[in-house]
Write a protein of this length. Structure first.
Length: 327
């Protein structure tokens, strides 16, 4: 890791990142961590070495910025760490690949408590372990706010990648994972509440169904996407890339009872969260008409003749639904 220039600052206190220093921080977040077999060379050298049995590597990256993607008055550092890994690995799963490793770039002010960073790392390692992978390297630098950048790698297992552009008229539209929970949690936090905890934690630390991506690929999925910006918005990407229309059948949408209760308490329609709320990182995919859907997947609609529009029960969906940066 190359040295980074830092602006002058007051003498650091003992419990801050500045007191640890760059290499002390690296040791604090990497020592005594157990790597999986796929990690041939982990942190400590100029670069990591990771096994790639397929001969191809699926790669993705995301950046999380304090105040945009997370708030430390809403989430613990451990939850932020879990979220940083989860949002990246969901993209790997959406290609039909199995995650193999992640690299982490971290920027923060020198006065950041060292405990914040070690707890952040604990969350990252916990989520990586849940996915059966390791954190194999990264970088740390000084910045004016906390920023976490994660690059994720995956293996296709000999299969072709499942892209957004393969949906065909007559296909089944299906999803796996929770929808609307993170949006409901955001609504609860935005009102100043911290419960119900199960809903709030869905916003703080999503739990993508990593294994569902490769399972969908094996089952013959024709297209797939990570639902990060909202179901309607992300299905719009499949419709545009594939040149087809997608119709959601509302009677097939699952609106969990907990969301119904939260919606009643906040005066909100829980179906709106299910259709437009992002950050649950469920997976949406299309399958051939007579495919047997893998465990955990359920049908929510159909692929129509070329149209590139997303409709709900045959009617046009709202424009601009879902999250988009700078809008």
């Amino acid at each position: 890791m190359s040295p980074q220039s830092r602006p002058p600052q007051d003498a650091p206190t003992e419990d801050t990142v500045a007191a640890l220093g760059e290499f002390g921080l690296i040791r604090a977040v990497t020592e005594n961590r157990v790597q999986p077999e796929a990690t041939l060379l982990g942190p400590g050298d100029d670069a990591a070495v990771v096994a790639a049995p397929d001969g191809r590597v699926v790669a993705s990256t995301d950046v999380l910025v304090q105040g945009v993607h997370f708030r430390l008055d809403w989430s613990s550092p451990e939850q932020v760490g879990r979220k940083a890994i989860a949002v990246n690995l969901a993209d790997i799963a959406a290609m039909g690949a199995s995650p193999t490793s992640v690299l982490v770039g971290l920027a923060c002010p020198g006065e950041t408590p060292s405990a914040t960073l070690t707890e952040l790392a604990d969350g990252m390692w916990a989520e990586a372990t849940r996915a059966g992978i390791g954190v194999v390297g990264g970088d740390v630098v000084h910045a004016d706010q906390l920023v976490v950048s994660v690059a994720a790698l995956g293996d296709l297992g000999g299969r072709p990648p499942v892209t957004r552009s393969g949906a065909r008229p007559g296909d089944i539209l299906a999803v796996c994972g929770r929808l609307g929970w993170a949006a409901a949690g955001l609504a609860v936090l935005g009102r100043g509440f911290r419960s119900p905890v199960s809903v709030v934690n869905a916003q703080r630390a999503p739990e993508p169904p990593y294994a569902a991506g490769p399972a969908a690929a094996v089952a013959g999925a024709t297209s797939m996407i990570d639902v990060s910006d909202g179901l309607l918005a992300d299905l719009g990407h499949i419709a545009s890339a594939s040149g087809v229309g997608l119709d959601i059948h509302t009677e097939r949408l699952r609106v969990d009872q907990k969301l119904v209760e939260v919606g009643a308490a906040l005066g909100a329609d829980p179906r709106h969260w299910v259709l437009t709320g992002g950050e649950d990182h469920a997976l949406a995919a299309t399958f051939p008409p007579f495919a047997d859907l893998p465990q955990g997947w359920h049908r929510i609609g159909s692929v129509l003749m070329p149209d590139t529009a997303v409709t709900i029960d045959g009617r046009p969906a709202e424009n601009g639904a879902g999250w988009e940066h700078w809008r």
